[in-house]
Design a binder for this molecule. Structure first.
Ligand SMILES: Nc1ncnc2c1ncn2[C@@H]1O[C@H](COP(=O)(O)OP(=O)(O)O)[C@@H](O)[C@H]1O
Ligand SMILES: [Mg+2]
Length: 266
């Protein structure tokens, strides 16, 4: 279970930047308080695939860090299943990280790291195999991470994250650096596994189409400080989604671009 409620969330940082970016703006001075997030209110249902969009630097990663309990809000609170997040809780949240694998170990050994708590060897093996199969790395179990392509590595990272069987998966721009086709495949992979495991996933992406193709809910943050401009459920559009043929998605796409300050979409 992971029902998420974000209430009146505010985050301010003290600017420690040594060089001033803008002399006229008091907020960029060293020691000044920078308001990153202002009055964020959001609610995600259990099992939702949430895609968070927003321009670079608007506070998406900051929000994810607070959701995972790595950072504290300046004011406001985050509730997961009614309980306030006060610190990291590895048993129900898994944060998907780039290069989170140990390169000198095999795929099998890396996935095994997440399931060490399963004492029965056969049962543990079954779980490892299940997730390796799910991300279509069957046959590559004994390959070392350094032997894999970027896309395979990302899939192995996904298998490792899923094997932990967290109640909630947090992903910060998980497709960064992947080539176009691999990215398309990873989208499919994540959508399929989300449908299979049904856990809450909160993913930050800067790609509007990622969000439209994958999300049950799309959240758009914009402005300085960042506010929620859109939080729309699109669960009713079935997968696989065709962006060109689905009017709901076409309209939403245009709206999202406009809200991000782009008026002409190719
Ligand atoms: N630990 C920190 N101390 C000071 N400022 C920070 C810190 N972390 C992030 N910021 C600032 O907060 C803003 C939002 O950052 P971030 O959440 O990483 O944006 P995004 O992930 O949307 O690109 C940026 O202006 C960044 O410089
Ligand atoms: Mg970020």
């Amino acid at each position: 279970m992971a029902h998420i409620k974000i209430e009146n969330l505010n985050k301010r940082y003290i600017n420690r930047r040594k060089t001033r970016r803008d002399d006229d703006n008091p907020e960029t001075k060293v020691g000044a308080e920078v308001v990153v997030l202002q009055d964020i209110n959001l609610e995600f249902e259990d099992g939702e695939m949430v895609c968070i969009l927003g321009s670079s630097g608007c506070g998406k990663s900051t929000m994810l860090r607070m959701l995972a309990g790595f950072d504290r809000p300046t004011s406001g609170r985050i509730l997961i299943d009614g309980e306030q997040v006060k610190g990291p809780s590895s048993n129900y949240i898994y944060v998907f990280q780039h290069n989170g694998l140990l390169p000198w170990m095999t795929i099998w050994q890396n996935v095994e790291l997440g399931v060490r708590h399963i004492k029965d060897e056969e049962e543990r093996g079954d779980v490892i195999q299940e997730y390796i199969d799910m991300v279509e790395l069957t046959g590559f179990e004994d390959h070392h991470i350094y032997q894999l392509s970027g896309g395979m590595r990302r899939r192995a990272e996904l298998a490792r994250a899923l094997a932990v069987e967290p109640d909630m998966l947090i992903m910060d721009e998980p497709f960064t650096g992947l080539d176009f086709l691999t990215r398309m495949k990873m989208r499919e992979e994540v959508v399929n596994m989300h449908e299979y495991i049904g856990k809450t996933i909160v993913m930050v992406t800067h790609d509007i189409d990622d969000a439209l193709v994958m999300g049950d809910r799309i959240v758009l943050m914009a402005g300085t400080p960042a506010e929620v401009k859109v939080s729309q459920k699109i669960l009713d559009v079935p997968h696989p989604r065709n962006l060109e043929k689905e009017p709901t998605l076409c309209n939403l796409r245009e709206e999202l671009y406009l809200k991000l300050g782009v008026s002409h979409v190719a």
